[in-house]
Write a protein that binds this ligand. Structure first.
Ligand SMILES: [Zn+2]
Length: 101
């Protein structure tokens, strides 16, 4: 297809969402590690300071570009962003931006 020279208008927003997604993925990984070590079950809450200890640089190093925070560490649920929402919401927003040209 011709006309690929101009940047799609939503690049920056998509990049922000992707970074946020990546943050929540790292948090989820750390959280599931805690769950194994502390024998937590689905629905339990992983202590955020323990989760943070599993992240290189701590949880503060995972910054949502939109200023969202990650505080909900329920076992069995992907940690949501306070701005972008659940991982489903994040994916939906990325898809919507990709198709809305
Ligand atoms: Zn976010």
């Amino acid at each position: 297809m011709a006309g690929c020279a101009s940047r799609p208008p939503h690049d920056a927003e998509i990049a922000a969402l992707k970074q946020c997604y990546e943050n929540t993925r790292k948090l989820d990984e750390a959280k599931e590690n805690i769950a194994l070590r502390q024998n937590l079950k689905a629905g339990d809450i992983a202590p955020i300071k323990d989760v943070s200890a599993f992240i290189p640089g701590g949880i503060e190093s995972l910054k949502c570009p939109a200023g969202g925070v990650y505080t909900n560490m329920v076992i069995g649920q992907w940690p949501p962003c306070s701005v972008h929402g659940s991982v489903k919401d994040i994916r939906k927003q990325i898809d919507a931006l990709r198709t809305d040209k």
